[in-house]
Design a protein around this ligand. Structure first.
Ligand SMILES: Nc1nc2c(c(=O)[nH]1)N=C([C@H](O)[C@H](O)COP(=O)(O)OP(=O)(O)OP(=O)(O)O)CN2
Length: 197
């Protein structure tokens, strides 16, 4: 079974080398919608795949870091990158260009690792990330599945190569969250008392 939770953020970018002239030559923004799809073959103690409320912890934090931020490809022009970092407190450096396709892949890799390092505490047995859908506009989206996220032909995404500005990190519930993710630390879901056994 699949469940889906929708997140939203506003973000600015430029996508180098693409066919659409406006897109490759001018900084512009989108109201993104990101769908996180989880799957499992069993239910937890609340008879859910994964409580939607749990997705409002580290998963929401990491997506919300992109809100009101500018994203750039770390291979972009050095002067452009310097100016982004100078004039925007909120920026994210990515190892791939910020197309809808790559946003979907980047979110997949980060959220997949977050889930792997999360200590489940309510009977979730095999919850796993199914896919990420990144809607760039009302009419266009990209959906990344596991084989896309880790496909070297689409560019390797190492977690350590996704860099969040200090301002982006400061608004997380735990500003050290990404450092902990990189270090392999565990994230503990809340343990709740069972009302009916
Ligand atoms: N496959 C992709 N194609 C395009 C992407 C992308 O990320 N993946 N991105 C862009 C631009 O960012 C552009 O702003 C969005 O393109 P488009 O859908 O053409 O935007 P419109 O606002 O013109 O959409 P309409 O709903 O058709 O008016 C380009 N392509």
């Amino acid at each position: 079974m699949l469940i889906r939770k929708l997140f939203k953020f506003e973000n600015a970018h430029i996508v180098r080398n693409c066919s659409s002239e406006r897109c490759r030559t001018s900084i512009h923004g989108h109201s993104y919608k990101v769908e996180v799809l989880l799957e499992a073959d069993a239910l937890d103690n609340g008879q859910m795949i994964y409580d939607f409320g749990l997705m409002k912890g580290t998963i929401r934090d990491v997506i919300d870091a992109f809100d009101h931020a500018i994203c750039f490809w770390d291979k972009d022009d050095a002067e452009y990158i310097r100016l982004c970092q100078t004039f925007s407190a909120r920026w994210i450096s990515m190892p791939v260009s910020p197309s809808a396709e790559q946003f979907a892949r980047v979110f997949f890799v980060i959220i997949d690792q977050l889930l792997q390092q999360t200590m489940m505490a309510n009977g979730e047995s095999d919850v796993r990330l199914h896919s990420i859908i990144a809607h760039e506009t009302e009419t266009g989206y990209a959906q990344a599945f596991r084989h896309d996220a880790y496909n070297p032909r689409m560019g390797e995404i190492k977690l350590s190569d996704v860099i969040f500005s200090a301002q982006c990190q400061s608004e997380w519930h735990d500003p050290q969250m990404y450092e902990k993710l990189l270090a392999g630390a565990q994230f503990q879901n809340p343990v709740i008392p069972q009302q009916i056994k």
